[in-house]
Design a protein around this ligand. Structure first.
Ligand code: G3H
Ligand code: ZN
Length: 282
């Protein structure tokens, strides 16, 4: 299959009243595992590269993005590239040439009016470059620079404000704070399903759930049923990746060839991906 554009996957999710899963990739093995899991589940998938992952690669976006694009082109299901949690306008401007067809511009930590003006400016530029733009209103906590927990009062997305925000910024998809939190290693987040329904009724763009690793399967299903159309997962893959390597090295302490334990990590991530795809993209 060729690499497809994010809007075709998001539009298909909207039409089917389902969701597209977006998985954060850091290494080539993440990329291969996500595509393997998607093939196994027979579902399309978004490969996400975050600004943090770009920073990990020395500020270079092209090596991982190009590898992801080439791998996606060899995959048996549709896959597209999304640049995630971008705060740096310079990185935003490199997105289209790197093969991304959508970006999340992240001004979620900014005060409302600044979030609106920064995001509107980013949308104007990105649309000119042919990129779909997701943005965040109401802060989904748990990022390294997090000012507040998503479980704290006052960080939920307000439906009236969300409607105004979408109108003023022109965003194509909206990440909302509804009870999930980034980087959870336990799956016990409590989502506000009534709020998800209210947000879905209030805005005419697809809703995006961040921090989905901490959300139990049943709540993910309910969230999609209530209107979530893109579900972002990162930490769950890293839990699987690291646990597989830890177990492999505990059983095989003499091993030095990284292919041995990375193979175990890749297989474990692929299983996690296929399981989650069956939950969020029924
Ligand atoms: O944008 C990425 C996601 O929100 C991932 O969150 O690592 O908690 O699954 P997570
Ligand atoms: Zn996120």
């Amino acid at each position: 299959m060729p690499l497809v554009r994010s809007e075709s996957l998001l539009n298909a999710a909207v039409e089917r009243r389902s969701a597209v899963a977006a998985f954060n990739v850091i290494t080539l093995e993440h990329v291969e595992a996500v595509l393997e899991g998607a093939e196994r589940a027979g579902r399309p998938v978004l490969l996400q590269v975050s600004e943090n992952a770009v920073r990990f690669h020395g500020g270079q976006v092209l090596p991982l993005a190009r590898a992801a694009a080439e791998a996606a082109a060899l995959c048996g299901v549709d896959a597209a590239l999304h640049l995630d949690h971008v705060t740096d306008p310079q990185l935003l401007r490199r997105a289209a040439d790197a093969g991304f067809s959508s970006v999340m511009f992240d001004a979620g930590a900014a005060p409302y009016e600044q979030n609106v003006s920064d995001t509107a400016a980013a949308v104007t530029w990105a649309h000119g470059a042919g990129l779909l733009v997701e943005a965040e209103l109401g802060y989904v906590g748990g990022k390294p620079d997090a000012p507040a927990s998503a479980h704290a009062a006052g960080v939920r997305t307000d439906p009236v404000e969300a409607s105004e925000y979408v109108g003023r910024t022109g965003v194509d998809a909206l990440a909302v704070a509804v009870g999930s939190s980034h980087a959870m290693t336990t799956r016990d987040a409590t989502l506000d399903h009534a709020l998800i329904e209210a947000l879905a009724a209030a805005v005419d763009v697809p809703l995006v759930l961040h921090g989905s690793s901490g959300v139990p399967d049943d709540d993910l299903r309910r969230a999609v049923g209530a209107g979530m159309r893109k579900v972002n997962v990162g930490t769950a893959l890293n839990i699987a990746y690291t646990a597989a390597i830890t177990a492999y090295l505990a059983e095989n302490p003499g091993v030095v060839d990284p292919r041995k334990y990375l193979k175990a990590a890749r297989a474990s991530v692929a299983s996690t991906v296929s399981d989650l795809l069956r939950v969020v993209s029924p």
